[in-house]
Design a protein around this ligand. Sequence first.
Ligand SMILES: Cc1cc2nc3c(=O)[nH]c(=O)nc-3n(C[C@H](O)[C@H](O)[C@H](O)COP(=O)(O)OP(=O)(O)OC[C@H]3O[C@@H](n4cnc5c(N)ncnc54)[C@H](O)[C@@H]3O)c2cc1C
Length: 564
Amino acid sequence: MNHPNQLNFDTIIVGAGSAGCLLANRLSKDPNHRVLLIEAGGEDDWFWIKIPIGYLFTIANPRTDWCFKTEPEPGLNGRSINYPRGRVLGGSSSINGMLYMRGQSGDYDHWAKVTGDNTWNWQNALSIHKSIENYFDGENEWHGSKGEIRVEEPRVKWKILDAWQQAASEQEIPTIPEFNRGDNFGCAYFHMNQKKGVRWSMADAFLHPIRNRKNLTLMTKTQVLKVLTKNISDTTRNQSRYQTKAWANSKHEVYGLEILKQNSKKIVTANNEVILSAGSVSSPHLLQISGIGSSSHLKSIGVDPICDLKGVGENLQDHLQIRSVYKVSNCRTVNTLYKNFITRIGMALQYAIFRSGPLTMPPSTLCAFAKSDQSQVSANIEWHVQPLSLPKFGEDLHPYNAITPSVCNLRPTSRGWIRAASPDPMEYPKIFCNYLSTEEDLKVAVSGLKKTREIMNSKALAKFTPKEELPGDHIQSDNDLTNAARNLGTTIFHPVGTCAMGKIDSNGKAENELTVLDSNCRVRGISRLRVVDASSMPTITSGNTNAPTMAIAETVAREILSNS
Ligand SMILES: Cc1cc2nc3c(=O)[nH]c(=O)nc-3n(C[C@H](O)[C@H](O)[C@H](O)COP(=O)(O)OP(=O)(O)OC[C@H]3O[C@@H](n4cnc5c(N)ncnc54)[C@H](O)[C@@H]3O)c2cc1C
């Protein structure tokens, strides 16, 4: 394997996104362990990344976003939608909504059940969340203060959202002090990943503080093109690090990666492991173009299969948000504050001097969780309420005062996929979310829209004279509401599950054929390769997905360190 441009490390991590930044931090703690972290995007020093309201400019911008698009979705009346993913240090945590949400206890207990590994249960997950958290109000039963992930309260409140919270309580969704205690039922302002009014991305938390470690090499603007594998000899297979259920019967192991940096291809090699943390779209894509995936799909696109793993890229789950828009009066919203030159300057000054005001705002400010119907075991719908409205992210705000109470189904039963379109690593994979493809999901969507109306029609909001712009008063029957959900639905940016963990027996056989990883995120049948990111989740959490991704990364980092 001699190559003029070869570079050798102990561990290589692909993707300096949410999970990759944490892994780089933990695995490079030992100065003798040489870690390479590779990121396709550039530095995260653009001011719109740091100023919270900058998501309006970083999403759908090729400077910071991969700008993927889905295939036409029949469930969305044939629309193809934008599918943002961060392409910059910090990955999606540099362009996301900064909302800090761990999910429900049942989500983690379910992971423990489907992986057969109690490491993932809620009690353990809670202790992991606390250990990596730096909570604004200090340590308590639910929060930690010594970790790296800064969690703060919002720095701006809105009259109209306070009233929305009261309206929700009229509809038996109680006002609660905060989420993240395992249940989440109720209504509260979101907590956020910010520090003193500035975005606190996972690069800020885990990468920047340790960037100068001599044993950590960071390559930015470097795209990984292929995972390189070779056959394993019997003698090699007998080494202890291969003796895991996932790797014991592997015929192949990973030895490195082909990368593209400044238009030049290079090979980098890893003595221990390669870890893919390229996210739910790019991790399965990289596996597929490297010959790891469904053999029939790989052959159909001209890739020679190395390992037949049917689940790679399958099992895609995402939260579909259905965005109602209500015109309001007798209050201000971001729309008109931003459109008016004087108030826009005022907001900028408020931010510059006090680090407060609307510029510190995550897109969604108020949140509520409830059941779409009483048969649900726990809250299965979430509202993200925004004191603004726009046709879609990346487009201009509406010129009138309005709010967007967007509702999403937290446990969708629809499943989609990510599939490489060709062996060319530069060609984007096909993304098909298959939204609203089950009766159950359609039922929840219609119920979510009806419940939104019930809240909007509550007494507490009457003085703001809300007028439903979308879907519109004329939409009344369940059929019409279903169609409205198909027209209004869009991603709330939570793709997961495309390289799912699952249960594996002592022969390396999976209980579920879509299982890609064991419960420590090792790729089944390919030694020395792991996938550690949002794609590793077996099922989507009942809430936003950044914090759960961090819990996965921390849990696996500990496992790797305990065995090194
Ligand atoms: C617009 C948006 C808003 C969101 N809002 C929230 C929110 O408010 N709260 C919340 O909890 N979650 C939110 N999420 C989701 C959350 O941010 C993600 O679940 C989480 O960041 C996923 O982390 P990850 O490590 O799996 O992937 P990412 O953070 O996306 O990291 C993947 C990294 O890999 C790099 N990469 C990919 N391919 C290659 C390659 N071939 N070579 C080199 N590098 C590569 C990418 O550039 C990227 O930096 C949002 C996401 C988006 C996009």
